[in-house]
Design a protein around this ligand. Sequence first.
Ligand code: ATP
Length: 341
Amino acid sequence: MTTISTLGSHCALQVLKGAKDEGFQTLLICEKKREKLYKRFSFIDELLLVDSFNDILESKCRSKLKELQSIIIPHGTLISQMSSSEIESIDIPIFGNKWILRWESDRNMKEKLMLESKLHVPKSLSNPSEINGLVIAKRHGAAGGKGYFLATNKEDYETKRDKLASQGLIKSDEDLYLQEYAFGVSAYLQYFYTPIHDKLEFFGVDRRYESDVDGIGRIPAQQQIDIDKIPSFNVIGNSPLVLRESLLDEVYSMGERFVDAAKRLVAPGMNGPFCLEGVYDENGKFTAFEFSSRIVAGTNLYVNGSPYSVFIYDEPMSMGRRIAREIKIANTKNQISKIVT
Ligand code: ATP
């Protein structure tokens, strides 16, 4: 009997509730400090208590996970807590494609995959001296917007870079990736691709609510200038969004191009949940500045299904449950090797 396992953070509740709804045993790899929280939920069958998530690299944890025939569902916490090499070294089956997680963490590889997908991507700059207009400086990895800043010229960039360095968030220019700022309304497009049926399902859209940038409009412009703080893009939560129906056709096309490009560049491809993240401009054109190659926290909005999942499923279908459904189908068809790495 397969056990669906994940790390205790990010979207663990959604994932394990979905797994239980599909009839699986569930296990949570849980930091001791969060035991009290996660013990509240009856759909979690077992807690594997650890001092830190990195303990799953150790043999004691791995034996337990193997004994229970675990499949690990990766999410943002796995990516932010472990290096790509560490994730790749995990010898427990990981849902989806663990090799593509490296493409998500490395900004240059990320850009390559997005360009291969023929997505409209903001131009990246290789040197601060190229800054000519509004740019965003982002730290590498899934930093969740923390320590990001905007700059309009080299001097402006250097002042802010030095400030971040003094806070210990970065060491040098190499820790920052510079990209043209994309204007528009942000939208995070959530998809699921099943290699078993070779089909793409569009699951929902969310917007991120980011501190400080989303709160800054409450402060009059004159006072904003006086604030001696670089406003950050640190994500605090997510809010729902539905798109104009006329945008949906292109939403599917972008997702399909991404799936095709991933098949070409990083075998076995973009299997399972993923997200294209960007902004829509005034003409309804989407510019993608980011992707996530695993379940995103924005799907937590739709634990009972979304305004899009209802068109595909006649039952409440969260992304977590969809993952479990895929494992169930693969088990019945004896095709598990198609959906894990
Ligand atoms: P995560 O891995 O958690 O998704 P991240 O650390 O990789 O996040 P991004 O998603 O690239 O970071 O960026 C964080 C936020 O910064 C975005 O949600 C968006 O608000 C803003 N942002 C990033 N790139 C751009 C851009 N080119 N133009 C406009 N805004 C941007």
